[in-house]
Write a protein that binds this ligand. Structure first.
Ligand SMILES: Cc1cc2nc3c(=O)[nH]c(=O)nc-3n(C[C@H](O)[C@H](O)[C@H](O)COP(=O)(O)OP(=O)(O)OC[C@H]3O[C@@H](n4cnc5c(N)ncnc54)[C@H](O)[C@@H]3O)c2cc1C
Length: 379
């Protein structure tokens, strides 16, 4: 067992950190105001190969593992979580294709998905499905060589941007079983009636999607005939990777909050000395540093397991539960350290506090993660 980063991993960490500080940070104010991500930024990240980090070279990836993937996600989220998340949703659709598509589909879709002019979406949620997969209403009906898709998805990230979408449908001929289909966004019958105005994660474009007689080739069924009606397998397998991304984002934000609080505590003077001298501040920072350390180690261990292709359900749920609650605690304590200024937009901590809340909600609420975390023990 080796807990050290390799030379290559250290170089990756350094280059993502530099890129995030030099290229993402200056755009944050704009993204927070305009509530979107400039396409040029996504393109730059794609050109650096970071959308393909965890995929084999033969599919257009860089042949690394999920450990490198989480290193990239942590560093990006440390600067701006919305950008990390825009990229990670692409990664979740990539996991969908990589784990479940046929070899032919991987060769056809992955190189463009990882390197081309688009960013992926993963469309499961509907008005009634939230935490209840059986409430799926969007239908797919086979018509000769095509699928005809009808329905409405809600809260779909990146849906306003071009690229591929993996969509979960009720397969009418299969008695309503779930089937996953790959569709190009923006095709005839595809529209986005709403882009959400959110509490945080302002750089992330999250939309409702209307599907009105959308037609795609039948051969776009993820995994082909063998996977028809097995959409829930696709959902569970892909969201484990989605959860890993959320964990990495939580660690990146927690790290940023800790760094901000430490810096502030050394600079802010009260009663003639920096507040870092007060035991109450030391205690807050001690708690925060502990959460950051444990969360960081947990996410790397889960990423290592993901890279080995091991079953991830319990680990992903437990790591997600811990890291999301850890970043919540850390962001809140950082605000206590930084007092009134933390509540202003002069410091990034108020944004981190808002963005961090999402890690307890999306990719399955924490109440559901608790159930998954206990499931294998109670079987
Ligand atoms: C910014 C953002 C981006 C998103 N991006 C995507 C995306 O790209 N693709 C996508 O498909 N979805 C996406 N989502 C949707 C997200 O994954 C769902 O919102 C999430 O799974 C929770 O569903 P819900 O909000 O409908 O909660 P509900 O299911 O309505 O749950 C509400 C509350 O009820 C409780 N609860 C519900 N069911 C149970 C249960 N079985 N046991 C115990 N308690 C329960 C929990 O406390 C839960 O918090 C996104 C959401 C947001 C906010």
């Amino acid at each position: 067992m080796n807990f050290n980063y390799t030379e290559e991993q250290l170089m990756l960490k350094e280059s993502v950190r530099k890129f995030s500080e030099n290229e993402i940070a200056p755009l944050v104010k704009w993204m927070e105001t305009e509530k979107r991500t400039p396409w040029d930024l996504i393109k730059k990240i794609k050109d650096l190969g970071w959308c393909g980090i965890q995929y084999p070279e033969k599919y257009g990836g860089s042949g690394n593992t999920y450990v490198e993937y989480v290193i990239m996600q942590i560093e990006m989220a440390r600067v701006y979580c919305s950008t990390a998340c825009t990229i990670s949703v692409n990664g979740m659709l990539g996991a969908n294709i990589m784990k479940f598509a046929t070899e032919e589909q991987k060769m056809k879709f992955l190189p463009e998905h990882l390197n081309g002019d688009g960013i992926g979406s993963f469309a499961f949620t509907e008005a009634s499905t939230g935490s209840d997969p059986n409430a799926l209403r969007t239908t797919c009906v086979r018509d000769g060589d095509e699928w005809v898709i009808n329905g409405e998805k809600v809260f779909i990230t990146n849906a306003s941007l071009p690229g591929l979408m993996g969509i979960f449908c009720k397969d009418v001929e299969m008695g309503g079983k779930c089937t996953n289909i790959l569709i190009p966004k923006g095709i005839k019958g595809y529209s986005i009636p709403r882009i959400y105005d959110k509490m945080g994660m302002h750089g992330l474009e999250v939309c409702d999607v209307l599907l009105d007689n959308v037609r795609v080739p039948y051969e776009n069924t993820t995994g082909g005939e063998a996977m028809r009606g097995k959409g829930f397998e696709v959902l569970l397998g892909s969201t484990q990777i989605g959860k890993l991304s959320v964990c990495a984002q939580a660690v990146g934000m927690a790290q940023a909050a800790l760094e901000a609080a430490v810096k502030y505590s050394k600079e802010r003077v009260q009663r003639g000395k920096p507040i870092a001298y007060f035991p109450t501040i030391q205690s807050l920072i001690g708690d925060m540093a502990t959460d950051v350390m444990v969360a960081h180690q947990a996410v790397l261990a889960t990423a290592f397991k993901a890279s080995e292709g091991k079953e991830l359900a319990s680990d992903a749920a437990r790591t997600r539960l811990f890291t999301s609650e850890a970043v919540h605690r850390v962001a809140s304590k950082a605000m206590q350290v930084m007092g009134a200024y933390s509540y202003t937009t002069e410091f990034p901590i108020e944004r981190i506090f808002r963005d961090a809340k999402l890690t307890e909600i999306y990719e399955g609420v924490n109440e559901i993660q608790r159930l998954i975390a206990a499931a294998d023990l109670l079987r």
